[in-house]
Design a protein around this ligand. Sequence first.
Ligand code: F0G
Length: 354
Amino acid sequence: MAHQWQGVIEEYREWLPVDEHTPVITLGEGGTPLVHSAWLSGLVSGDVWLKVEGDNPTGSFKDRGMTLAISAAAGEGAKAVVCASTGNTSASMTAYAARAGLTPIVLVPHGRIAAGKMAQTVMHGAQVIQVRGGFDECLQISRELAEQYPVELVNSVNPMRLQGQKTAAFEIIDALGRAPDVHVLPVGNAGNISAYWIGFKQYEKGGLAERTPQMWGFQAAGAAPLVLGKPIADPETIASAIRIGNPASWLLAETARDDSGGRIAAVSDEQILAAQRELSSREGVFVEPASATGVAGLLAAVESGDVEPGLTITVTVTGHGLKDIDTALSGIDSIVDSVIDVDVREAAAIAGLA
Ligand code: F0G
């Protein structure tokens, strides 16, 4: 093979806690495109780039951390792995577990999990356990399972996850040739914002960037514990991936916010869905609702005059729109606009071509 992206372990080996004995369980994750957004650049009077993480093998950024976590678990002789998930972690864990020959056990909250994510999880062969509770309770049980039984926990409290996910920050600097001024992303369990901050700081320390960006995280208004400053018992949002009331990486996320001079704020479900639609129709980038939360936050910041002109801003869109087509289609009155007989003139007339 002449040239192929090798996945984040091989591409960034010297920056990761692996050695020559670590088995490399990879699906070629990472190397995702940084797509320029003319629309958002115009709005902020600067340069906005989208880090399109839905282009990872299982359709979300989770694959970056999962290649590390599953490789490490396999290397340590684990037989089974467990995670709590709102859907993407489970889709990713089960894919990598399948490759490694590990038994995947998944705990999901009662209520809505996007159907695409469940389809992935089931197809990869998981044992799926639904808990009468939310994500936070699922994580609690997963932690206890890993403490008391022979099973490895691969949620982002497993340090390997953040180590893998930090490679997205490396890729952004590698692509831009410098650190952005601001990096924007959604926040749920708060692992990803913490991982990016680790990555940006490491590249700065290593002399590959002159500085670090401000970290701007956004939560859904009904699930915004970091904004309120206290856990929420019953988080609620249409962005089911980030329906989390007590983020595991709470302190790391606050550190990322404060040390970078950034912010963590909330946006409404309406703002999230509007951002999702605009990204799809203006930029050709179809993301799931949670993934549009960063864009919604940036739009809100522009609206309130909080974005100075001339900045280079990167925004992570975390997962693919095909994961949750029910939410996407529920916002559309009718998929079919017209029904016609086999008649080219009728088609042309309706399409406004004639
Ligand atoms: N965007 C998507 C699409 C997600 O699936 C998640 C988290 C986030 C953003 C937030 O990232 O938790 O690191 O702050 N999904 C987890 C899961 C909780 O189980 O798939 P975070």
